[in-house]
Design a protein. Structure first.
Length: 221
């Protein structure tokens, strides 16, 4: 029979991506102490299917596959750049495939901006709108805000609009560093990468001769 801790982890795993999680809610719904709920939430965070974001809270995120470990979610970007989510919180779990620095004219900027991108730009409302319409999230630098209509559009499209006090190029360097750190993590060799299961292991029995070793070596490469 599963322990309470395991039951809570299974419950959290069953929640929809983007759904908010709290210690109090888990404790109430699973009928456990807040300490037990807290420990389970922290383990879920360590396992990669929960993320805690300042001023947003703890949310269920999509667990990364091993081959996608070098990619960042918008939620991770918020943490990296100490950002504030203005709108589109439901899309924080999504993964960005590249970021675009909006240091050019609007029409040129949009040629490089598409779905799954993160446009890093200042207080250029037209750029915010067109980026969202193109399927990209927006990172507003310099501590600037955006218009209510942009926040409404972000919420509707489930694409985050994030604000940070850092300047554009500092933010780009911070995100680059985070991606580099993820790549380093990917280089760590996991047991499952190098371990050959016992049932697939080729070996000789005590009575077999050297010739049989050569045969097996040839067969298995």
């Amino acid at each position: 029979m599963a322990t309470k801790h395991e039951q809570i982890l299974k419950y959290i795993d069953s929640l929809s991506v983007g759904e908010k999680i709290s210690v109090r809610r888990i404790a109430k719904e699973m009928k456990v102490s807040e300490g037990t709920a807290y420990r389970a939430i922290k383990e879920a965070e360590n396992k990669g299917f929960v993320s805690t974001i300042e001023r947003v809270g703890t949310i269920r995120i999509e667990q990364k596959k091993k081959e996608n470990i070098e990619k960042l979610t918008y939620a991770e970007v918020v943490n990296v750049i100490d950002g504030h989510v203005l709108g589109g919180k439901a899309g924080l779990h999504k993964t960005l495939n590249k970021f675009v620095i909006g240091a050019m004219k609007l029409d040129a900027m949009m040629r490089y901006t598409g779905a799954g991108n993160l446009l890093i730009v200042g207080n250029r409302i037209d750029a915010h709108r067109q980026a969202l319409e193109a399927g990209a999230a927006v990172l507003v630098t310099g501590g600037f805000d955006t218009e209510p209509e942009i926040i409404e559009l972000a919420d509707r499209l489930e694409l985050p609009v994030i604000s940070t006090s850092y300047d554009t190029f500092t933010v780009a360097a911070m995100i680059n560093r985070a991606i580099y750190d993820q790549l380093i993590k990917k280089e760590v060799v996991l047991v499952e990468d190098i371990l050959t299961p016992l049932e697939k292991t080729v070996c000789l029995s005590p009575h077999e001769k050297l010739e049989r070793w050569y045969e097996k070596n040839f067969e298995t490469g």
